[in-house]
Ligand binder design. Structure first.
Ligand code: PMP
Length: 362
């Protein structure tokens, strides 16, 4: 029986590269000649330590991470970082500036309020989070402990296309849903957060890249697992890390290197998203509400002219092998998440389906 071709447009956990999944399948029962699955091997074994070190080296190479930054592989997902960032970086009566451009920066701001003084320095709330406020209108506090952005809002589909200049305060950015989809200049950030379950691997990991001078400011006060300094000192292995997720992430980094790195990932992302937005804009049936310069290359929300068609669209799409297109419950409509692992054929199949659906219902 030939298996049905499925394209998975889920926002995360999301589609992973086929060659990575095949490799994991091949060595599922015998990893690295150990005769055991990677899941059954101690995180303190020399094989696993080698994997951890090599994965960090690969990530450093892919992203060009400068030597004065540490890389952490943490548990608790990206959301734990919403707390860890203020717990670790907000001290001395300072406050932090948040740029609120959608659900995830809003969540980060609300969480940070529990841990210290924070301000909203700019928000697109009045524009229904469909844009990013002009940099000139941000009201930054020159003494802020840090400035926080979510550089790709997964739900709204709003992406920073450039790293904003925020002056002397360290820039903290949640890159979760577009990490590794484009080159970034890490030296422009104080701290980067990237949850794993989109472009990095399965759920369970959050990668944190942190500049040396920001580490260890609040160590005495914090639970050790929530203290960046403690996790740095223990090379992310203070306790048992999610070894399987880490292993898959390591394979994903190798895959990105073999494909040609982040420039190639970026070219593909531009092609995929460009084609899909062009089809939406040309249709008169489908609409994407996001301010064009800030449209996300990773998450493409779109609506149909009548909500009553949504259920039909989703069930017919599913029958055609196009999975998980339902938009987030807070926005409605559809959302196609097209991360690194999505081949162009998947986007073409979606566009063909959308055109056909429009013909029948437009
Ligand atoms: N930030 C962004 C931008 C996200 O898209 C998500 C998850 N979709 C999170 C944070 C939260 O991630 P987690 O569920 O791993 O805590």
């Amino acid at each position: 029986m030939t298996k049905k071709q499925v394209y998975n447009f889920a926002p995360g956990p999301a589609m992973l590269p086929r060659p990575v999944m095949k490799k994991a399948q091949e060595e599922f029962l015998d990893w690295n000649g150990t005769g055991m699955s990677v899941m059954e091997v101690s995180h303190r074994s020399k094989e696993f330590i080698a994997l951890a070190q090599e994965s960090e080296a690969d990530l450093r190479e892919i992203l060009g991470i400068p030597a004065n930054y540490k890389v952490l592989f943490l548990q608790g997902g990206a959301s734990s970082q919403f707390a860890m960032v203020p717990m670790n970086l907000l001290q001395g009566g300072k406050s932090a500036d948040y740029i609120v451009t959608g659900s995830w920066s809003s969540k980060a701001y609300k969480e940070a309020q529990r841990h210290g003084k924070v301000r909203v320095a700019a928000t697109s709330k009045e524009q229904n989070y469909m844009t990013i406020p002009d940099r000139g209108a941000w009201q930054l506090d020159k003494d802020a402990a840090y400035v926080y952005i979510c550089s790709n809002e997964t739900i709204g589909g709003v992406e920073f296309q450039e790293v904003p200049d925020v002056g002397p305060a360290p820039l903290v950015a949640d890159l979760t849903s577009h990490a590794l989809s484009r080159p970034v200049d890490v030296s422009k950030f104080g701290l980067i957060i990237a949850g794993s379950q989109k472009n990095i691997g399965p759920a369970g990991l959050a990668i944190v890249i942190i500049r040396d001078d920001l580490i260890g400011k609040e160590s005495e006060r914090l639970p050790s697992l929530l203290d960046y300094a403690h996790m740095v000192a223990n090379e992310s292995m203070s306790n048992t890390p999610p070894t399987f997720s880490w292993y898959i992430a390591a394979l994903v980094f190798k895959w990105i290197k073999a494909e040609g790195g982040l420039k190639v990932m970026e070219q593909r992302a531009i092609q995929r998203s460009g084609k899909l937005y062009a089809a939406i804009d040309a249709s008169g049936f489908y609409k994407n509400p996001v301010d064009k310069p800030y449209r996300s290359r990773m998450n493409v929300p779109f609506t149909l002219p009548d909500e009553k068609l949504d259920a039909k669209f989703l069930s017919e799409a599913k029958a055609a092998g196009l999975e998980a297109l339902k938009g987030h419950r807070s926005v409605g409509g559809m959302r196609a998440s097209i991360y690194n692992a999505m081949p162009m054929e998947g986007v073409d199949a979606l566009i063909d389906f959308m055109r056909d659906f429009e013909k029948r219902h437009g």
